[in-house]
Design a protein around this ligand. Structure first.
Ligand SMILES: Cc1ncc(COP(=O)(O)O)c(C=O)c1O
Length: 350
């Protein structure tokens, strides 16, 4: 048995793999594969409708918000957001908390003025800045809720009247939060939502239609809303896997249900790492991510012992991102508590 701590694409529930496997061979006893049905057929429309409906339900969205399933991953949202929302002479405010936020900032600068209101770069992004003021006239405020590579997370929503935009790629649907507070949320699906190849975008319609540049159809959120996420052929299989994962999440008691398990998993692992000699936790305690646990083992012999034990016991994906080194263990929704228990036992026995 493998314990999959990969950062993304990452573990999905076993029943999702089983059902998706069956659907490739024979979707819902139609005698057809999910891969060969037209996206405009009633069969696929039902998949899209249920996926959107479940997203609305699990996120408890109000009627002002629309749910889209788009291509291009979160990286496309780095530029699609400013392209749709920011005029050249207007200023958007960004928080700089890591590699992904930095990329979003770089892309936004192509379209308008960017004000980086705070950054944790001075300490290698090991904390979340506090005490900054978001200028009231900003077009929007953008931040990354969970910094996948650095292992920090912002569980609370900043107090501001400025439209909030969040990259929630690596902690969406993992804890209860008022999603309606956001003007726009985006997330690559390949961690907590489903399979790589699709991107969830949730947005409030009233923020659209205010830029004076021309938008290519595929970049224009309004056209996607009008077309029900089917402006062109959508990534049908990835959306189907999202649907199965959302159904599974509902069965776990929804976001509140999974939050309990997520807290337990992260609590157990951090406690074990804190008490184990030779292991270092670089992230400020109050900003530690529940999704991506980052640590280091400075002693080369102990590091090797840990890695060998991981390999022997089928623990995969524990190495840190290539840009930071060390270790990173991802505890996304679908990772069972048993896997964390197996890892903590391994650490304690080193
Ligand atoms: C927080 C965050 N934002 C953006 C991305 C980029 O996502 P994608 O590869 O889907 O473009 C990632 C990928 O891991 C991420 O963790």
């Amino acid at each position: 048995m493998k314990h999959n701590f990969n950062a993304g694409p990452s573990i999905l529930p076993k029943e999702v793999f089983e059902e998706a496997g069956r659907a490739i061979l024979n979707y819902n006893n139609t005698g057809l594969s999910i891969l060969e049905i037209g996206h405009r057929t009633p069969l696929f429309q039902a998949v899209m409708d249920e996926a959107i409906g479940l997203t609305n339900e699990l996120m408890q969205l109000d009627d002002d918000h629309s749910v889209l399933f788009l291509h291009g991953g979160a990286t496309t949202q780095f530029f699609q957001v400013p392209m749709n929302l920011l005029n050249e002479n207007e200023t958007a405010v960004y928080l700089d908390c890591g590699v992904w936020g930095t990329k979003a900032i770089k892309e936004a600068k192509l379209f308008g003025q960017v004000h980086v209101v705070a950054s944790s770069k001075d300490k290698n992004y090991t904390y979340i800045p506090r005490g900054y003021t978001i200028p009231a006239d900003a077009k929007y405020f953008h931040y990354t809720t969970n910094n996948t590579i650095e292992g920090t997370e912002m569980l609370e929503i900043p107090e501001t009247n400025v439209p909030l935009i969040a990259d929630m790629s690596s902690d969406i649907l993992s804890h209860v939060v008022d999603f309606n507070r956001f003007a726009l949320i985006y997330a690559g699906a390949q961690k907590n939502i489903g399979a790589a190849g699709v991107n969830l975008v949730v947005l409030r319609k009233d923020i659209l239609g205010k830029v004076n540049r021309k938008l290519p159809g595929m970049m224009d959120y309004r056209q996607h809303i009008e077309a029900g996420s089917m402006l062109n052929t959508p990534p049908v299989f990835a959306i189907y896997v999202c649907l199965l994962t959302l159904r599974w999440l509902k069965k776990q008691g929804g976001v509140a249900g999974i939050e309990k398990v997520n807290k337990e998993k992260a609590g157990l692992l951090y406690k074990t790492l804190e008490s184990k000699q030779g292991f270092e936790l670089p992230v400020a305690k109050e900003d530690r991510s529940r999704m991506n646990v980052v640590f280091r083992i400075p002693d080369a012999a102990l590091e090797k012992k840990f890695l060998d034990a991981c390999q022997q016991q089928g623990m995969v994906g524990v190495k840190g991102h290539r840009s930071v080194g060390g270790f990173r263990v991802s505890l996304y929704n679908a990772l069972p508590l048993e896997s964390v228990k197996a890892l903590t036992t391994l650490i304690n026995e080193l």
